[in-house]
Design a protein around this ligand. Structure first.
Ligand code: ZN
Ligand code: FE
Length: 258
């Protein structure tokens, strides 16, 4: 299995998962033209589309794309009904011959029905787990998002994380602000800047990198927990600490809290 990044829109990634004999699956589809051009130049045959959630920047290319490739659209059973031909509930598996099997995990929080696709050695996490961050809580609760991230964190260290946006550099700025003494964050900031200077994506990361640098996977780390509680001005349980960290980052990013 070979995975190609197709940058679309401002900072979205569409992922092309190439299996045997040029068969491929497309993860999310924020833009048809760019993705069709990439498929042509790689000489791939499209077998299916895998959708993570209903937001426009992940779905608006589907209609135009299916004019040329009328393939099945796997996606969240709980949302995106107008795009999805093959709804997946938590635990369902999309079997794509000569590409692989993809387990749908309900990873709500960013949206209520968001799913992540888990396969051997890789996870397509959409807008749930970002590199060095996580999606904003547009529809779900902090408790949902924490449970979703905790579940992804049960995967092996070497799992590659393919997320929906190139936010890594911005996310690491906040990560370093929240954990100024974390050397792994400092190292990743340099590595990501080097990749960007060569025009390369920062994605995928390994789950191990996320464990070491992503504050949203680290709320139980005592030093970070203390910093979150200092920001809050009180002691917090896990869900409260996660919610407060999310709010802290939104404020840091200059976003209004939801
Ligand atoms: Zn989204
Ligand atoms: Fe998005």
């Amino acid at each position: 299995m070979q995975i190609h990044a197709v940058p679309v829109l401002n900072d979205n990634y569409v992922w092309l998962i190439e299996g045997e004999q040029g068969q491929c699956a497309v993860v999310d589809l924020g833009d048809a033209t760019t993705v069709l051009a990439a498929i042509d130049s790689l000489k791939l045959t499209v077998q299916a589309i895998l959708l993570t959630h209903h937001h426009t920047d992940h779905t608006q290319g589907i209609h135009a794309f299916r004019m040329r490739y009328p393939v099945p659209v796997f996606g969240p059973a709980l949302e995106a009904q107008r795009f999805v031909t093959h709804p997946l509930a938590d635990g369902d598996i999309a079997h794509l011959p000569s590409i692989g099997s993809f387990s749908a995990w309900l990873t709500s929080g960013h949206t209520l029905g968001h799913i992540s696709y888990i396969t051997e050695g890789a996870a397509f996490t959409g807008d749930t787990l970002f590199s060095a961050g996580c999606g904003r809580l547009f529809e779900g609760t902090a408790a949902m998002m924490l449970a979703s991230l905790d579940r992804i964190a049960t995967l092996p260290d070497a799992t590659k994380i393919y997320c929906g946006h190139e936010y890594t550099a911005d996310n690491l700025r906040f990560a370093q602000y929240a954990e100024p003494d974390n050397q792994a964050i400092a190292q990743r900031i340099s590595a990501v800047a080097e990749a960007a200077a060569s025009g390369l994506p920062s994605i995928p990361s390994r789950l191990l990198d996320e464990r070491q640098t992503n504050p949203f996977l680290r709320i139980r780390t005592p030093s970070l927990r203390q910093a979150i509680e200092a920001f809050a001005g009180s002691q917090l349980n896990d869900v409260e600490a996660f919610a407060m960290l999310r709010r802290w980052k939104d404020e840091f990013d200059g976003l209004s809290p939801l």
